[in-house]
Design a protein around this ligand. Structure first.
Ligand code: AMP
Ligand code: ZN
Length: 464
């Protein structure tokens, strides 16, 4: 069955045909680690996780790369302002490196609590400075760059179809770009590749380069690292819709200018925003945002309720946050778990008719609302309980809702919060292959009277 996805590049639903059959290269832009991820950011990471799971369900092998932006993302979108990480470091009185490390760990914990599968490669911008400099050197040799008093810039007028991803009229784009005026830029849409450290303020993160001491611009990291890990051309690149006009447009321009290979990326996919009430934007920069900690963990609500809630809308539709959404998602999720519990524990065979129906919905540009409707149909059908269970647990490979966890409900209910926290920490340590830490945590859990079993669907805890 063909897998159709909406490609931002063509603005059409297209049949997915990977560059190498059965092996898919996937790059998803990661967080800027100067604050906690908010649930808006996490909506995008859930959509990307569903995409990866759907590819796997279709028997594709996926190589997934995600960057961690730990330098170069400025407070102004147009190459002005302060580095977000260095700014936060002053505020919190920690080093920029500590800030990046801390929020990267917190981000990974969020992924774990939402049952988001880690990428095969997490790559930090600061670990790949050499690759970024090399790319800028190629651009310089090919005459795509120029120097101003504060950095090396990319000349967007040298690209014929600079707006091919955003589909914007160049005039509209120039207007948008005029928000921050830099009179040294040749064109309003030009962007920085390498920014010089200022002479007045000492930066913590800076490097030597052929052009002087400084740091990379925000966009170049994704170009350099995706090419390094996925090659000069790969299949799918994702992010939230806010990345289309600027970040992804610039990534695209500079990568195709460097390699000369077109298209750099075959399919671009963008997730719509989660907003606060009345369309108000959630923003890390203003602190006006909700987190998994504040909205779920602190209220003792399973974060998977959020994952479930995002399935009520297609990923290309805006979602508005409200208390009613949470209440309704808690009820529906609990209801679903209870119905699955009533099916018993024995698994029969996966029903192929329902599997095909489910597949046709997820393969239609990840139609999760309809995929959930198929799950409800299975529950209401005439199938035997054990076949229903087998079929639903097979769907859960895509849904990632841990639908089998209800079997341990009585156990999990009496597990103290302290133990649950240690188990989560240990899961994170294991995902990071930090075996020493994971062993220490296991011993600690044992000493508190609990034992842990590692299964394909995560760690299971029980009293010793
Ligand atoms: P950032 O850490 O701000 O660079 O963003 C990380 C990811 O979250 C990017 O893919 C953004 O496009 C996405 N994003 C930012 N705000 C929202 C939002 N309110 N809803 C959905 N995705 C968002
Ligand atoms: Zn990026």
């Amino acid at each position: 069955m063909s897998f159709k996805i909406f490609n931002t590049l063509s603005r059409e639903k297209e049949v997915f045909e990977p560059i190498n059959p059965k092996k898919v290269g996937l790059y998803t832009c990661g967080p800027t680690v100067y604050n906690y991820a908010h649930i808006g950011n996490l909506r995008t990471y859930i959509f990307e996780d569903v995409l990866k799971r759907v590819l796997n369900y279709n028997n594709y092998q996926v190589k997934h790369v995600m960057n961690i932006t730990d330098v170069g993302h400025l407070t102004g979108d147009r190459d002005m302002g302060e580095d977000k990480i260095e700014k936060e470091s002053k505020k919190e009185n920690k080093t920029a490196w500590e800030i990046a490390e801390f929020y990267t760990e917190k981000f990974k914990e969020d992924l774990t609590s939402l049952n988001i599968i880690y990428p095969d490669i997490f790559c930090k911008a600061t670990n790949n400075i050499k690759e970024q400099i090399e790319m800028i050197e190629v651009l310089e040799k090919k005459d795509f760059t120029y120097r101003t008093s504060d950095g090396i810039y990319f000349d967007t007028s040298k690209i014929k179809d600079y707006t091919k991803l955003s589909h914007q009229k160049i005039d509209a784009l120039k207007e948008g770009a005029r928000v921050e005026i830099n009179i040294e830029k040749r064109n309003a849409t030009d962007f920085v590749l390498w920014k010089f450290s200022s002479k007045d303020i000492k930066r913590q993160m800076e490097w030597e380069s052929p052009w002087g001491v400084g740091f990379p611009g925000w966009h170049i990291e994704c170009s350099a690292m995706s090419v390094k890990y996925l090659g000069e051309q790969f299949d799918i690149h994702c992010g939230g819709v806010d990345f289309i006009n600027l970040h992804h447009t610039n990534e695209l321009a500079q990568t195709e200018a460097t390699t000369g290979k077109i298209p750099w990326v075959k399919y671009w996919m963008h997730g719509e925003f989660l907003n606060l009430k009345d369309g108000e934007k959630m923003a890390k920069s203003t602190g006006n945002f909700l987190t998994i900690q504040s909205e779920f963990l602190d209220k003792d609500i399973d974060p998977l309720v959020y994952r479930f809630a995002t399935y009520s809308l297609h990923y290309r539709r805006q979602m508005e946050w409200s208390d009613e959404i949470v209440t309704s998602a808690i009820n529906s999720y609990q209801n679903l778990l209870a119905k699955i519990k009533n099916l018993g524990k024995e698994k029969g065979i996966i029903n192929q008719n329902f599997k095909n129906k489910f597949l046709s919905e997820i393969n239609d540009d990840l139609n999760m609302p309809k995929a959930l409707a198929v799950l409800q149909e299975v529950l209401k059908s005439q199938l035997s309980n054990k076949d229903k269970l087998a079929t639903i647990l097979d769907f859960d490979k895509v849904l990632g809702l841990e639908l089998d966890k209800i079997k341990n409900e009585t156990e999990t209910e009496i597990i103290p919060e302290e133990i649950k926290k240690l188990v989560k920490e240990r899961e994170t340590a294991r995902l990071e292959k930090n075996w020493t830490k994971s062993d220490e945590l296991r011993k600690k859990i044992n000493s508190l009277g609990y034992e842990i079993r590692d299964t394909n669907s995560g760690s299971k805890i029980s009293k010793i």
